[in-house]
Design a protein around this ligand. Structure first.
Ligand SMILES: [Zn+2]
Ligand SMILES: [Zn+2]
Length: 78
């Protein structure tokens, strides 16, 4: 048994809708991929606040209007 993020592992799909234009949001990947010199999206302490253990935080973006947000998924056992 292993705990994995259902979205990272293609077990679940993103079904969020953009609150701005109503279009489907796209998964931009796990937020941890954004940490680093290219994207100072989030300071470390707010990341920890947002991502307690057992959750995977993803960036969601709207391809139409470029709105972006973050969403956390509970890890699942496989
Ligand atoms: Zn994930
Ligand atoms: Zn939008």
């Amino acid at each position: 048994m292993e705990q994995v993020c259902p979205v990272c592992n293609a077990l679940a799909s993103v079904e969020e809708r953009c609150p701005v234009c109503g279009g489907p949001m796209a998964d931009g990947g796990a937020i941890e991929n954004y940490l680093g010199p290219y994207s100072p999206y989030m300071p470390v302490d707010s990341l920890q606040q947002f991502a307690p253990d057992r959750q995977c935080v993803h960036l969601l973006y709207c391809p139409r209007c470029h709105y972006d947000t973050r969403a956390a998924w509970e890890l699942v056992m496989i």
